[in-house]
Design a protein around this ligand. Structure first.
Ligand SMILES: Cc1ncc(COP(=O)(O)O)c(C=O)c1O
Length: 377
């Protein structure tokens, strides 16, 4: 590995910085919250995709994680992790040799399925020897992205097939409540109530049909950062973004600015007083464009805040250029000389992190290491 920069002021920009003290605090708080509620934590790896992040999120257990790609599953499995949910709706065409190999190698590699076609595809695909597929059924509790609708007939059909198939171990229900990304606290808790009630309703329908359901969890960073008491009825939570948080999470009330554990270091490369902007070397390729046209609607201007400089806000981004303007005041250019540093909080840290081949890890200003994420699918 090439020599590490000594301090966050020495990194080449643009570059992603991970504040290890904030990461540890975010992980600890989520763990403690789950312990208090009597719910198991099964963190999602999609935000950071690194061994170091996984170690902190699982508190060293290397068990009970969620991944979003086969590449992540292979990466963590190859480094001693087990009890992994591959949380993307499964169809027969995606039961590749790589997926079959994971199911054969690990004690618990779980698929997720949300359709009758999907469960039939799994039933039709034998594994070597007497190995069985392990399956969670994804339930849509009115988010509307993926998952089988909680009150549909298909839910029962899929779970019954999973329960009865000779080559399947039916694990239970999985829900991702992405609809809890709302700034209104009352609205969020109403969605949380509904999510739990709808999941429990599915569980009761299964019980009435004689289908045991050992695990039933939900999770998103907003819902698990601000859980309601009802959520303690669930067996597991699976949030992911909380390891880093970001400005979007601040906007929806999951955390404060001081909890955001990642920032992009940028250099001021041009002054344009004639149009009232200053320009950095961090464009959307280094920080992402999420937030520009997204709810909450008051986000777009300044969607990626400058650390310690509320008087600046984003005017726009191109591939490698970030333009900033005064936030209701004229820019005092003497405060940001050419060549000086700015640090930007990402609007959506999953996307920002995914754009960086390496993350520099720091405690205070001192760089103490680097994390290399797994990439690809
Ligand atoms: C299936 C699934 N589970 C869990 C999560 C974690 O949610 P969050 O990113 O809000 O922490 C996601 C995020 O997209 C997801 O897609």
């Amino acid at each position: 590995m090439s020599e590490l920069p000594v301090s966050i002021q020495d990194v080449e920009t643009p570059c992603l910085l991970v504040d290890i003290d904030r990461v540890k605090a975010n992980c600890r708080r989520m763990r403690d919250r789950c312990t208090e509620m009597g719910v198991e934590l099964r963190p999602h790896m999609k935000t950071h995709k690194t061994l170091e992040g996984a170690e902190l999120m699982t508190d060293g257990s290397k068990r009970k994680i969620v991944v979003s790609t086969v590449a992540e599953a292979e990466f963590f499995a190859g480094n001693g992790y087990d009890d992994i949910i591959y949380a993307s709706p499964m169809v027969k065409e995606k039961l590749t040799k790589r997926v079959q190999s994971l199911a054969s190698r690990l004690a618990d590699f779980h698929l997720m399925v949300d359709s009758v076609v999907g469960i039939d595809g799994i039933i039709e695909t034998p594994l070597d020897g007497d190995r069985k597929w392990s399956v969670f059924v994804e339930i849509d509790c009115n988010y509307g992205r993926t998952g089988c609708c909680w009150d549909s007939e298909d839910v029962l059909t899929i779970c019954k097939k999973a329960h009865e198939a000779a080559n399947i171990r039916f694990q239970g229900l999985y829900n991702h409540c992405g609809n809890t990304y709302v700034p209104d606290t009352d609205k969020r808790s109403k969605i949380q109530h509904e999510t739990v009630a709808n999941l429990m309703a599915v569980k009761e329908r299964l019980a009435a049909a004689g289908i045991p359901c050992a695990r039933f969890g939900c999770g998103s960073t907003p819902s698990c950062s601000k859980p309601i008491q009802d959520m303690s009825m669930l067996t597991e939570f699976h949030p992911g973004n909380y390891i880093f948080y970001d400005y979007m999470q601040v906007c929806v009330g999951s955390c404060s600015l001081d909890d955001i554990a990642v920032k992009v270091a940028a250099t001021v490369i041009s002054h344009k007083p004639e149009v009232g902007t200053l320009v950095t070397d961090c464009g959307w390729l280094a920080i992402g464009q999420d937030g520009m046209e997204r709810e909450p609607s008051d986000v777009p201007l300044g969607y990626t805040p400058v650390v310690g400089h509320p008087e600046l806000r984003v005017r726009g981004m191109t591939q490698e250029i970030g333009k900033f303007e005064g936030n209701g005041v004229a820019i005092d250019y003497s405060k940001y000389p050419l060549g000086s540093r700015l640090y930007l909080y990402p609007f959506h840290s999953c996307l920002t992190a995914a754009q960086h081949p390496v993350y520099y890890v720091h405690s205070g200003d001192k760089i103490i290491g680097s994390w290399t994420p797994i990439r690809g699918w």
